[in-house]
Ligand binder design. Structure first.
Ligand code: SF4
Length: 233
């Protein structure tokens, strides 16, 4: 399940190169969908705030698949409103992912970090390792790294206070390759630091064909598996 109280973004690092949100936004804009009439400009959507209250069953929710909640153009007051909705609906598990880890750190203190909010940062290569340090210092109760698309090695990460790592290769016609050694290296760091490891996919031109096995098995570990429904990954 995805929930998009904000839409729009702009590229900030190498992981953004083939941004899925931008491609989808252009399509929805061309189709005349009202929510995307301003294209990929950052917009907040007050009317989307009531949506989680209407879901009858508990859901695992990816927040802002079409944007970045901590983008500088999203006012703090709106981020507070999004958190209020998440705080009011503890039956749902929310996964919030950002590449603006510095702004996350700057704003995290007054936000109410209920345990149903899992906060993640994207870490696609070693140039953005500082995002982990910002995340580590926040009050989020579940902290995760999304290493997807993994486009370089991530050696010797400091995984203190990190609960979960998702790894995935880029998919699509121009997908940048992911080396098997990079994935094993992260898996071993997770095992050594007691961090849950989830291997999502190899990716590539035909991601169905390349699948999601690593060394003949799948890795589907979750940080607090008993408290969540099936993962969306
Ligand atoms: S931060 Fe995310 S949504 Fe924004 S441009 Fe990069 S990949 Fe796209």
């Amino acid at each position: 399940m995805t929930w998009n109280p904000t839409t729009g973004c702009n590229k900030i690092s190498a992981g953004c190169k083939y941004c899925y949100a931008e491609v989808m936004t252009r399509r929805l804009e061309a189709m005349g969908i009202e929510k995307y009439k301003d294209g990929f400009k950052v917009r907040t959507h007050e009317d989307a705030l009531n949506v989680p209250y209407l879901w009858k069953k508990p859901k695992v929710v990816f927040v802002n698949s079409m944007s970045d909640l901590f983008h500088p153009d999203v006012p703090f007051e709106f981020i507070e409103k999004v958190f209020k909705v998440m705080n009011d609906t503890p039956q749902h598990t929310y996964q919030v992912l950002t590449k603006r880890a510095d702004r996350l750190y700057e704003l995290h203190h007054p936000l109410n970090w209920t345990k149903n909010i899992w906060m993640g940062v994207s870490v696609e290569n070693e140039k953005v390792l500082d995002r982990i340090d910002f995340l580590r210092e926040t009050n989020a109760m579940v902290k995760f790294l999304s290493c997807e698309p993994l486009i370089g090695p991530l050696r010797n990460m400091n995984l203190q206070n990190i609960n979960w790592i998702i790894v995935g290769g880029e998919s699509g016609r121009k997908a940048r390759p992911m080396k098997e050694q990079w994935v094993w290296d992260i898996q071993q760091q997770c095992a050594a630091a007691d961090v849950a490891f989830f291997f999502k996919q190899w990716g590539g031109v035909n991601k169905k064909k390349t699948g999601r096995e690593l060394g003949g098995r799948t890795y589907d570990e979750m940080p607090v598996a008993k408290e969540v429904a099936a993962p969306m990954y």
